[in-house]
Structure formats: C-alpha cells, structure tokens
Design a protein around this ligand. Sequence first.
Ligand code: ZN
Length: 167
Amino acid sequence: MKHLWTPWRYKYLSSAQEKSDCIFCLAHQCIEKKECYVLYKSTHNLVLLNLFPYTNGHLMIAPLQHIATPLEATQEQLNEMTFLMKQSILFMKEIYSPGGFNVGMNIGKCAGAGFSDHFHLHILPRWHGDTNFMATLSETRLIPEELDITYEKLLPKYNTLIENKHN
Ligand SMILES: [Zn+2]
C-alpha cells in the first residue's frame, strides 16, 4: 500500500473529519480532482466517493451550490442529478455487479445528515447478506477495497461522460 503526502488531501480529510468545512464545497474547489475523490464535475453537480464508505463504490452526488435541501435547487439542477444517478448505477453495475442499490438522501440533521447544510444523494451498491439500509447511511465501517482502487476503477467510466459531452 502506497501513501503519498499530499497537503490538499490532508486538509480535505481533516476537514471532513472535523466537519468544520463543507466537504462538498471543498471538493468543488479541489484543483486536482483525484485528491478529493471527485469522479465527475458537470454543470450543476459533482460526483464523489464517500470518504467513509459503507460499501465499495459508495458515492455521493451533490450540487455545486451550497444549498441545504432540494427545495432550494432548480429543476435543472435536480434533473442533472437524476441523470448522474442513472449513470452511476449503470457504471457500478458494470464494475461491481451488485445485487441491488440503495439511493437516498438524509435531509436535515435529525434525519441523519452528516453534512446537513449541503444536500447530497448517496448511492450504494448492495450485496445479498449485508445489513439493512437504516444502518447504512449513519454508520462507518471498514471495507475491503481501498478508496484509491475504487476511484481508479470508476474514473474511466465517468470520463466517458466528458468525451460524450464534447462529441
Ligand atoms: Zn457546501
């Protein structure tokens, strides 16, 4: 296992742990997207890996704008989010062949949102035999695959979206 010293990642990870900064806004500002595990950035949203994943391939889609609920988002933002959700499910199906998916949002602290000021959509591939959804979005657990490996697997898929955009 390789550990590279990257000041940005350190800042990103420590902020995420302290929850003093918004990780989605940090990720949006991230110059080197790999340092923040950003898989894709589009007009209104970004797709990134969850730093504290529940399963391999646990990712999140968040608006670029710092807004707390979908009520504050435009329909266009939400439409793009839905498009990215569909693509993400497709990509994970191709890579992980999971038995199913959980897709969901925790809106507001009382609903379990870790970063309640910036809403985001969780997408998790699921396999037969792992535990239930209620535990899923509030727990952190160790998973067998390193984040970097997950990132390298998924990134080429999201890069096809960029290519398609330019064609
Ligand atoms: Zn934010």
